[in-house]
Design a protein around this ligand. Sequence first.
Ligand code: SF4
Length: 489
Amino acid sequence: MSKFKPFHEFQKPLVGISHEAFLDYIETVIPADHLCRLVKEVVFSLDTEAIEAKYSFNGQKTYHPKLMLSLLFYGYATGVRSSRKLEEKCISDQTYIYIMQCYNPDHRTISDFRKNNTKEIGAYFVDIIRIFNELGCSHVGKLHIDGTKLRSNASGKRSKDQKGYEKWLSEITEEIDKLIKEAEVIDSQEDENCKAAGQQEELKQQLTDRHYLKSKIENALKAMKAEDRKKTNLTDKDANLMKAGGSKDVRPSYNCQAAVTDEGIIVAAEAVTEANDRNQLKPMIEQTETNTNELVEEVAADSGYASYTNYEYLDQKGIDGYVPDDHFRQYKRGEYEKEEKRYHYSNFKYDESTDSYICPEGKPLKYWKTRKNKTKKRQWHHRVYQGRKCRECTKRSLCTKSEVRELLIDTRDPLLQKMREKLSSEEGKKKYFKRQYTIEPVFGHLKYNLGYRDFLLRGINKVTAEFKLMCIGWNIKKMLKLGIMPEMI
Ligand code: SF4
């Protein structure tokens, strides 16, 4: 009796074994609830006609879009996204062999498929969200929004302002002139030996490279002027300089936004070029409602999304918001109650009956006028309240540098006060802190477990598609966690 399972001293050749037989064998090996089976079922339920229509009947036959999509979705779900690694996996990993049905596309085919179908990938992201709805697994009522910065596929050294590009352009022009002179010297040499011919070839190549770079810089300068941009990156013109996470490094990056339901399903996703989150609350809510055909009832987001405009938007839409303002933490810690902050505007109490504020010395500040302010990006209205007893006040030097103290209160300030009250309540705290279990794990998983800290593709459209591929990967994995089995799709 043997102690060991049977094995072969030499690998048995697979010659003669059909793909069908090999796939039959893999079918027996892969568990029924394996992620690759679910990916396949999800993709096979999608309508891929839009991609199929792009291929011609002429020429060589290619891989079916359903197989290529399965490969990308499964790869992004498991942390494999480089086209070379995907190519390698199609040969070495049973789950990929199962997904690709024994086909092995080369990396160029995989990479081109991803680049050429960015619009369709965005549509499939929505289709997959709707699968959750159809199965009754998701309810969009409560939404958690957050953003994270992912580095672009471009070097920070290539991000410059107009002056930087002009300097670079003059350096390149000088280099080109120098190379042309060198080429002329070699040309004039009577001795046309092999060495000279080799040098000439090298110079030609260098000149071609410099001319190419020069035209790229000239185009970047033109685009900057046309689009009125202060800075741009030569490799990825859409990437903006941003600080990523807690790091001090400023690199060309994209700001990736996601909205997640209570169940942890990503229902809206977008990569944007603006570093600030403030303008993303409304688009995320709107995208969620479009993607799911449901209304958002409640939203939680961090202070990066706080603005009077957003508070007003939530109020007008009747959405129960939990978005702390920038100073909420100090307010909660009682920073403004300290003696040195005695004259901070938070310590002026509003008296509704007289429409005035009462200062810490018990003196009134009466409504004076409404002042309109406008910048390129925003506009706001301030109600100005002015102290009436400041001139004779003994604490004036501690309170103001002017003759009288003025308070500039945004007309929407009551919405901020209401928000602070809500967030200070026990229920409000619970609702806000739920973000830690819903949206924050999404970025934690993508960045730290799967290593998606940067993009492989360039340009806002391709980057958005790549971010949606990451989100599709997350959502399909979520299906398994929610108990959705392949046969249910
Ligand atoms: S300066 Fe005016 S507002 Fe300030 S404490 Fe004195 S009375 Fe009050």
